[in-house]
Design a binder for this molecule. Structure first.
Ligand SMILES: Nc1ncnc2c1ncn2[C@@H]1O[C@H](COP(=O)(O)OP(=O)(O)O)[C@@H](O)[C@H]1O
Ligand SMILES: [Mg+2]
Length: 274
């Protein structure tokens, strides 16, 4: 709505997990290195956690875009499935044809696929996002998948991504075998204050800004306090502030403008997302 006014090609602060807007903050860089290390070294199971809105899904999408042709991937976004449906979703996402839709059938097909890919010198990566929603027996199923291996290498690298509750689930006694197999872990914390202004500039630039709009220091300060560095909240407040700037006919977003938007948001947003 305000894009034209600021000379932008698209909305800079959507809350979708669009990897083209990916900003390599210190945190996200570290998380990405962990992913690349775990996958390239065929470490088996990798766990990435972070609070809601810290950029987990965006990171996964960006990571998937980095992988070469010799890595086959499946990305399960919302695993609110039964165990059988989860297996089916995984097998399908790898593009494997399934004739026998039973648990054994899926595992057999997956095994065959993994061995073929290994022979071709390929690596296979499965990402399960929102993995805190998996039931313990599904997580156990994930462990069984990760057992598919040759003497030397894991045939499939599994990345479990989720909110901090995922760690609680993984520490359940009944999941101790899975717990022992997690070779790489990373917890994403919010963006540091010193990177906040850069994050905002980065997203504006990707959206097509040629410094036609700017956030003043006092605005950045308020955004930092409001969002506590959580990208999702940064996006929400920046979007509101740009709209307010458009209405007030100013391309310089200052503290007083942001303050008003924060007050509005605090009354309209549900306490759960703040
Ligand atoms: N490193 C980043 N660079 C750019 N935008 C980001 C980054 N991390 C998060 N975001 C943005 O914040 C919002 C929430 O990110 P998302 O990946 O959905 O978080 P999560 O999956 O952890 O809940 C999205 O709009 C996303 O584009
Ligand atoms: Mg997510």
């Amino acid at each position: 709505m305000y894009c034209k006014y600021y000379g932008l090609k698209e909305m800079p602060f959507n809350v979708t997990a669009d990897p083209t807007f990916f900003f390599m903050s210190h945190q996200h860089k570290e998380a990405l290195s962990h992913l690349l290390y775990g996958v390239n070294q065929r470490k088996g199971i990798i766990v990435i956690t972070g609070e809601i809105g810290t950029g987990k899904t965006t990171l996964c999408r960006f990571f998937l875009d980095q992988l070469g042709k010799n890595v086959k991937t499946a990305f399960i976004l919302n695993p609110n499935f039964s165990e059988l449906q989860l297996l089916e979703a995984i097998v399908r996402d790898f593009g494997v044809q399934i004739k026998n839709k039973t648990r054994l059938g899926f595992i057999w097909e997956l095994n065959r696929f993994l061995i073929e890919e290994a022979k071709a010198g390929n690596n296979v990566v499965l990402i399960i996002d929102e993995a805190q929603n998996l039931k313990p027996h599904q997580l156990e199923q994930v462990r069984l998948l990760s057992n598919l291996e040759t003497e030397k290498d894991k045939l499939i690298q599994i990345i479990l991504v989720g909110q901090p509750e995922l760690n609680h689930k993984l520490s359940l006694y009944e999941l101790r075998q899975l717990q022992q197999r997690i070779m790489v872990r990373y917890h994403i914390i919010p963006i540091e204050k010193k990177e906040l202004a850069e994050y905002i500039r980065h997203r504006l630039k990707i959206a097509g800004s040629e410094d036609t709009v700017s956030f003043k220091d006092d605005a950045i300060e308020l955004i930092s306090v409001f969002s506590r560095g959580t990208p999702r909240l940064i996006n929400i407040i920046c979007d509101r502030s740009l709209l307010a700037g458009f209405v007030a006919e100013t391309k310089v977003i200052d503290g007083s403008l942001v303050k008003k938007c924060i007050a509005e948001l605090e009354t309209s947003l549900q306490p759960t997302i703040l």
